[in-house]
Design a protein around this ligand. Structure first.
Ligand code: SAH
Ligand code: SF4
Length: 392
């Protein structure tokens, strides 16, 4: 699906029939060569790269700085976007935008953009949750995407363009700009390693998003974790643990049979040491399945060993599964066990959003975070300041 440039970064050659390469991921040399061929000065490359990231530019024809003839010519030679929004749903009183993105070809993926309050000067953050695959081969039984099986991986451009399109959608709603990206949508990012790596590099270099504001979530592809730790990209790694014993994890995350807990915890620890980034452990809390105090104790041991933060996500119900979140008291007891042992925990609150939870994990990834107090109660959800600091 991808080929490597001399610099080793995969580029997107486009799909069937030698289709036009994507503007967002075309290599520097290829873009420079194309512009030379079109009789353009070399600084056009930079102009084009910048225009790609303007939240109000949806195609070459809208890049007003370019001569009209060049806009038409570029449109023949390049694809401005390898994805297109086909539907948009607004949730959480206008704070969450759930997009269906048509890829290059017949497939679609979900992309979510969400604005939430944050500490710091601007007091807000806008997070985009991207999909890296159409479906997923890992097959976790509580996950709607896992039930689809794997159809194909996205190309790097399709991932980058989800971020751009989400930025445009936020802008239309007077939200944004994008400050954070999480690889927590459909698919297993480290099973689509080249796509994940190439898209990360573009988001950092051209999109201007700091690696520290990017999170890659993995179900535990150990070779991928080891490789990512050598790339010089200190993104946050979130490990979807969900179980603290191999016996249970083999059932909840079937990949565990190939990469059991010991090796996973070792690889995650090595990642944290190599990148200096604090790890996150994700725990989809399923009533009667992984909500017992034995599992909580195992999670405490792993979190302490890794110095990791824990995100508890009460399970979003999915069609065809009898599982769901535990009773509130059970969930509270589980979390009190963690906080009591000194582990830092956040809960992703999914209340109020169930109707929008067609793909459980996308919602789960982006629900506004509420802190768990030591007494087991949740901090209130802070209101979002809307319309503030919109960059043009
Ligand atoms: N494949 C990667 C990234 C996508 S899933 C991974 O598994 O980490 C993002 C997060 O949502 C994961 O922690 C995943 O386990 C969780 N998730 C999936 N389905 C869920 C559901 N129905 N309810 C709550 N969390 C879910
Ligand atoms: Fe794949 Fe992640 Fe869903 Fe498991 S939870 S099936 S790894 S997308």
């Amino acid at each position: 699906m991808t080929r490597a440039t001399a610099a080793g970064a995969p580029v997107d050659p486009g799909h069937a029939g030698g289709a036009r390469p994507a503007l967002s991921t075309i290599g520097e040399r290829d873009l420079a060569g194309l512009l030379r061929e079109l009789g353009q000065p070399s600084w056009r490359a930079r102009q084009l790269r910048e225009a790609t990231w303007h939240p109000y530019v949806g195609g070459f024809e809208e890049i007003r700085q370019l001569p009209g003839g060049l806009r038409v010519e570029l449109d023949h030679r390049l694809r401005f976007s390898k994805a297109a929004v086909t539907s948009e749903r607004v949730a959480d009183a206008g704070q969450t935008l759930k997009l269906l993105c048509a890829l290059d070809g017949p497939q679609t993926v979900e992309t979510v953009a969400m604005e939430s309050p944050a500490r710091g000067a601007s007091g807000r953050r806008a997070t985009v949750c991207v999909s890296t695959q159409v479906g997923c081969a890992v097959g976790c039984p509580f996950c709607a995407t896992g039930r689809m099986g794997l159809r194909r991986s996205c190309t790097p451009a399709e991932v980058v363009d989800q971020v751009r399109l989400a930025g445009q959608a936020l802008f239309r709603h007077a939200l944004g700009p994008v400050t954070h990206v999480v690889y927590m949508g459909m698919g297993e990012p480290l099973a689509a390693y080249e796509t994940t790596l190439a898209s990360l590099r573009v988001l950092v270099a051209a999109g201007g998003i700091s690696p520290r504001r990017i999170t890659v979530s993995t179900s535990g592809v150990v070779p991928g974790i080891r490789r990512l730790s050598t790339e010089g990209l200190p993104v946050t790694l979130a490990v979807s643990l969900h179980a603290a014993s191999d016996e249970l994890r083999n059932r909840l995350v079937p990949l565990n049979r190939a990469h059991p807990l010991d090796g996973l915890v070792a690889a995650a620890g090595a990642y944290a040491r190599a990148t200096g980034r604090r790890l996150s452990l994700e725990w989809c809390l399923i009533g009667g399945v992984n909500d017992g105090l034995d599992q909580a104790a195992g999670l405490v041991a792993i979190a302490r060993r890794l110095g990791a933060h824990v995100n508890v996500i009460p399970m979003n119900r999915i069609v065809g599964s009898p599982w769901g979140p535990p009773a509130a008291a059970v969930g509270r007891a589980f979390m009190r066990h963690l906080t009591g042992a000194g582990v830092t925990v956040t809960v992703r609150d999914t209340r109020g959003g169930e109707a929008e939870a067609a793909c459980g994990q996308l919602r789960a990834a982006l629900e506004p975070r509420r802190q768990l107090r030591p007494d087991g109660t949740l901090t209130p959800q802070r209101p979002v300041r809307r319309g503030a600091s919109i960059r043009g």
